[in-house]
Design a protein around this ligand. Sequence first.
Ligand code: ZN
Length: 80
Amino acid sequence: MKCKQCFQEISNYFDGDLDEALKQELMQHLKDCHKCQVVFDTTRTTLDLYCDGKLYPLPDDVRSRLRQALERRRHEPMMT
Ligand SMILES: [Zn+2]
């Protein structure tokens, strides 16, 4: 899995619509890639703060802002 795809899957992961095989691939990539790990952790922390650790569905505006943030990062030149 490439970082670009990883970013996309991270967003899907937190949406809760990642299938088991992709989840495995994502976790594998995160183990090997510190960059994506940071993105993953940042995203999770953001969501944890927002949700107070509970599993609430994200309001659409929060979700789309999150997607936009991930999208922007995907286009950063350092990402290959
Ligand atoms: Zn990566």
